[in-house]
Ligand binder design. Structure first.
Ligand code: NAP
Length: 252
């Protein structure tokens, strides 16, 4: 499916690699102006160059999305650089691996509150945007038992619930809000590639549980994001869409 986002302005929060990078690149290839942020300057600069190579307005800024003030500063800078905001994608995660104070604090500040705060920061711009929408990146872990990562699963479940509530609040303003719950997605340098190379039994178990028989690719999540931001999804809001090769169905 070919999408045309010519003239659209897209902000992807947390997008120097992996799924966020693929989403940002896909929007840029479809003609959009794109802004990205991340904490690490090196990966960010590389992703900026790849996005800019598509010839549309490109902006990037180092930003720690765990920091409330930094989020507001980043979103305003991005809107100024792109001339507004039509699409906000909240992609960052702290991946709350441990069931301890640190694991939960990261999940609250990055997975949940950065999503809330970036939406607050972007709202005035989105209200003036062209068929505006917010897309929150959740996880298939939010839809089932999150035993190995309880903080991560709980925060992503909170993101799902917030997505639905916010969709109700923003519908009268013409802003759609949806979430994508990716299944396990493997890419060079990513968590699942590391797990595979380390011979992780969890990797083998997860992969074996996916009905489609393989891990996902970042571009498959990006395709879903472009669909949700496109006119084809103009009547869709308040939805959490699993993009997971059926991983979410395990145990049914
Ligand atoms: P990733 O490889 O760790 O990339 C995350 C991106 O966000 C990086 O650019 C990272 O850059 C940035 N980021 C992280 N924390 C940040 C912070 N505090 N402030 C600013 N930027 C930050 O992650 P991924 O695997 O692509 O996953 C992306 C999203 O998909 C996450 O929400 C994740 O929960 C979800 N997801 C992933 C999978 C999977 O299998 N990969 C499965 C289900 C859901 P810096 O580190 O430099 O800041």
């Amino acid at each position: 499916m070919a999408f045309d986002f010519g003239g659209k302005r897209v902000v992807v929060a947390g997008a120097s690699r992996g799924i966020g990078r693929a989403i940002a690149l896909s929007f840029a290839r479809a003609g959009a102006g794109v802004s990205i942020c991340a904490r690490g300057a090196e990966d960010l600069a590389r992703a900026h160059s790849e996005i800019a190579a598509n010839g549309h307005p490109t902006h990037s800024s180092v930003c720690d999305l765990a920091d409330r003030d930094a989020i507001f500063h980043y979103v305003e800078e991005a809107a100024s650089a792109l001339g507004g905001i039509d699409v906000l994608v909240n992609n960052a995660s702290a991946f709350g691996a441990k069931d301890d104070e640190e694991g939960w604090a990261g999940g609250v500040s990055v997975d949940l509150m950065a999503t809330v705060r970036a939406g607050h920061a972007a709202r005035a711009f989105l209200e003036r945007g062209d068929h505006p929408c917010i897309i929150n990146i959740s996880s298939v872990a939010s839809l089932r038992c999150g035993a190995p990562r309880p903080a991560y699963a709980a925060m992503k479940a909170a993101v799902n619930n917030y997505t639905v509530s916010l969709a109700g609040v923003l519908a009268p303003r013409g802003i759609r809000v949806n979430a994508i719950a990716p299944g396990s997605v493997e890419f060079p340098g990513g968590r699942w590639e590391r797990a595979r190379l380390n011979g992780s039994p969890l990797y083998q178990a997860i992969r074996a549980s996916i009905p489609f028989g393989r891990m996902g690719e970042p571009e498959e999540i990006a395709d879903a994001a472009l669909f949700l931001a496109s006119p084809y999804a103009r009547w869709i809001t308040g939805q959490v869409i699993a993009v997971d090769g059926g991983e979410n169905l395990q145990g049914l």
